[in-house]
Design a protein around this ligand. Structure first.
Ligand code: GLN
Length: 191
């Protein structure tokens, strides 16, 4: 692969709560420079952002407490590539940061299916199905016309994209699945 022209990409990982360390580790393994984001100043100079899984209620409180909502929205508006996983997808939706034109349903797969794994074909991702780990996962219940569905489970969207924002219901970082993180690193600002 060609070496990047300007050194490793600095990728912010929202680190208020949840499994941010697994994302940081995966980003490092791909040659990127992860940076934990806890306060607005941590967003300065980052090339991309990951919002990890965790508990969306707790994450929402953290974002409010630290005054991160506006800076995060501004970052998305500037075209910075963003990947949200599981609770991260919820944080991006209409009812939270409102940067992705979707409504999510929390814990959508029901109590018996709190946690499951599936091999998913994801539009735009080559190399065969992607191994996805779902943990009390949401699905996309409603979406606007600008939102493209990349994958679904039983007709429920679990991977979507709108411009520079990519959101998935599952945890790629827990199954060693690097292709979505690679996609984030390959994305270059505004498409
Ligand atoms: N159930 C969590 C929520 O609604 C999300 C779970 C996860 O991120 N693995 O916030």
């Amino acid at each position: 692969m060609e070496a990047p022209a300007v050194g490793p990409k600095r990728v912010g990982v929202l680190a208020l709560q949840g499994d941010f360390e697994a994302h940081a580790k995966m980003l490092s393994s791909l040659g990127a420079e992860p940076r934990e984001v806890r306060v607005p100043a941590d967003l300065a100079g980052i090339d991309a952002l990951v919002i990890p899984g965790g508990e969306s209620t707790v994450m929402t409180l953290g974002i409010e407490r630290e005054g991160l909502a506006e800076p995060l929205r501004a970052l998305v508006d500037r075209g910075t590539p963003v990947l949200g996983t599981c609770a991260g997808m919820i944080m991006l939706d209409r009812d939270h940061l409102d940067v992705l034109d979707i409504a999510t349903r929390r814990n959508a797969f029901g109590r018996q299916l709190r946690s499951f794994e599936a091999d998913l074909d994801v539009k735009g991702i080559g190399g065969g199905p992607l191994h996805a780990v779902f943990i009390r996962a949401p699905w996309v219940a409603e979406r606007g016309p600008g939102v493209e569905v990349l994958a679904d489970v039983d007709g429920h969207p679990v991977a979507v994209r709108q411009g520079n924002v990519l959101a998935v219901s599952f945890h790629p970082e827990l199954s060693g699945e690097t292709r979505l993180h690679r996609l984030l690193l390959e994305a270059n600002g505004r498409a």
